[in-house]
Structures are given as structure tokens and as C-alpha cells.
Design a protein around this ligand. Structure first.
Ligand code: TYD
Length: 253
């Protein structure tokens, strides 16, 4: 097979030119980074799990009419997605205080918020993805007023969807981050969910025990990240209950 053209390599994924114009192949790596890439490791099997989990969430969103970039999974580590212009914002939705919100505002981790709170960070690693307000977003032209209304409504729909499916398997969706892409259909443009939805970009706590089942396991050295993500995938039925451990070489191609 001819070598594919690499478009971009990020911390957890590589993007290749897709087979047709307007498509991209997303390859999920095993690399884990935290604290703006100051902490790094290779977690065997993470890419395989995130490919499957992101497929699961994006497919569900597509089915309830929340448009996403996901087209189809190609293999263990790759999925075909629709090419889009990424809006340079990390859109964070929080249901419970944790992480930087707890630090910034002095609220104990795990405190339920009065309602879901949506925050925006400017996507720039060299600046550490700073928190920005809608004033910055409008003034610098990163998104229009209409875009911001659409982004808010998409983010809240994703929150309700993810919170519900997580609650059904005994997991609390504490917070998560999504990225939004712009696509053009003829003269019209619309916004879709892009990037990935996986335990790398969510906080997921077991409802009964409070056990962390997300990237905080890596950030805070709480045990095996693969075990945590495998547990999420098993509960959601994404992995068969009896499947071979994800770290077995046979499962990774
Ligand atoms: P936050 O508490 O702001 O940051 P941190 O994870 O550094 O403590 O993160 C809120 C949620 O959004 C959390 O689930 C992680 C996710 N997130 C990302 O995945 N990438 C990012 O660049 C940011 C800022 C947050």
C-alpha cells in the first residue's frame, strides 16, 4: 500500500490524508501526556481503547442528531473522520468541581455544581490553553455570536447524552472537554463535534466508590490507566466481557 501523507501529529493522535477529499484518517497512539506534556509515558493499549470508545460515543451522538466528524472505524487504531476547520477552543463542561476549577475557585473536588458550567480555553499549548471569556472569543474573531450559541447548545446536548449513558453504568461524568469543527455544505456552514471523546478528555468517577476511571489515574499516579479505560469500555459493552486483555500483542495492530 502506498505510504499515506501525514497531515499532523499531536500528543495522542496522528492525522493522515483520507482516501477521499474531505476525509481524514485519525490514528490513536498509545502516548499519554499531562501537564502540558511535562509528564509523558507510553501506555500500551490506550490508543486501541480510545479508538473504540470515541467510536462508541460519536456513533451514539450521530444517532440522536448531534452531528460529529465520525464516519467509520477502519481498524484497531484508526477511524475515518470528516475533515473540518477546528475552532481554536477547548470547550469544557463541568457538572462537579475538579481539577483547575477546584484550584481556581477553592471548591472541594466532587462538589456538585448548581448547574452545568461551560468554559472555554484558547487552544495553544505554548500558552498552556488559557481560560478565555466570550469577550475574547468575539473580539479576536475565533467564533461568531451564532457559533457561540451553537457551541453552547452542542456542548449541553453532549453533556446530557454522556451523563446519561455513564450514569446507566454506575459512572459519574464529572467534566469533559470537546472540540468543535466547522464544515461547509455548499454555501452553508455548520458546526460538528470533532477530535475525540474518550477517558483522556473526561473525568469519570465510579458512583459507588469514587474510583477514578480517567486520565487522572495517569496524572496523579493512581494505578494502571489501561485497567481504568478497559473498565469503562467493559461497562459500556464496547469490549466483550470475556475479551483478551487489551495489552496482549494479538489485539494491537
Ligand atoms: P481542567 O480541570 O480544566 O484541567 P486539568 O485536566 O488540567 O485539571 O479540565 C477539565 C476537563 O477537560 C478534564 O476532564 C480534562 C479536560 N481537558 C482536556 O482534555 N484537555 C485540555 O486541554 C483541557 C484544558 C481540559
Amino acid at each position: 500500500m502506498a505510504r499515506r501523507k501525514k497531515i499532523y501529529e499531536g500528543k495522542a493522535k496522528i492525522l493522515y490524508e483520507g482516501p477521499e477529499p474531505g476525509t481524514i484518517v485519525q490514528y490513536f497512539k498509545d502516548d499519554a501526556t499531562a501537564f502540558n506534556a511535562q509528564k509523558k509515558d507510553v501506555i500500551e493499549g490506550k490508543g486501541v481503547l480510545n479508538n473504540r470508545l470515541s467510536e462508541f460515543f460519536m456513533t451514539g451522538l450521530n444517532q440522536i442528531g448531534v452531528p460529529t466528524h465520525f464516519i467509520k472505524r477502519l481498524n484497531m487504531r484508526e477511524q475515518l473522520v470528516r475533515q473540518c476547520e477546528i475552532i481554536p477552543l477547548e470547550v469544557i463542561v463541568r457538572n462537579y468541581a475538579a481539577g483547575t476549577m477546584s484550584k481556581r475557585l477553592g471548591i472541594d473536588e466532587g462538589t456538585q455544581l448548581p448547574r452545568p458550567i461551560v468554559e472555554y480555553c484558547y487552544k495553544d499549548d505554548s500558552l498552556g490553553d488559557p481560560l478565555v471569556t466570550e469577550e475574547h472569543i468575539a473580539a479576536f474573531g475565533w467564533a461568531s455570536q451564532q457559533d457561540m450559541e451553537d457551541i453552547l447548545s452542542l456542548a449541553l446536548r453532549v453533556n446530557d447524552f454522556l451523563s446519561g449513558i455513564m450514569m446507566a453504568v454506575g459512572i459519574r461524568l464529572v467534566d469533559f472537554k470537546i472540540e468543535i469543527g466547522r464544515v461547509y455544505d455548499g454555501d452553508f456552514q455548520r458546526l460538528i463535534i470533532a477530535d475525540e471523546i474518550s477517558p483522556d478528555s473526561c473525568r469519570l468517577w465510579d458512583i459507588e466508590t469514587g474510583q477514578k476511571l480517567d486520565k487522572d489515574v495517569f496524572r496523579r499516579d493512581l494505578g494502571s490507566l489501561t485497567d481504568a479505560y478497559t473498565e469503562v469500555a467493559r461497562r459500556l459493552g464496547v469490549l466483550p466481557k470475556t475479551s483478551t486483555p487489551i495489552t496482549k500483542p494479538t489485539l494491537i495492530n
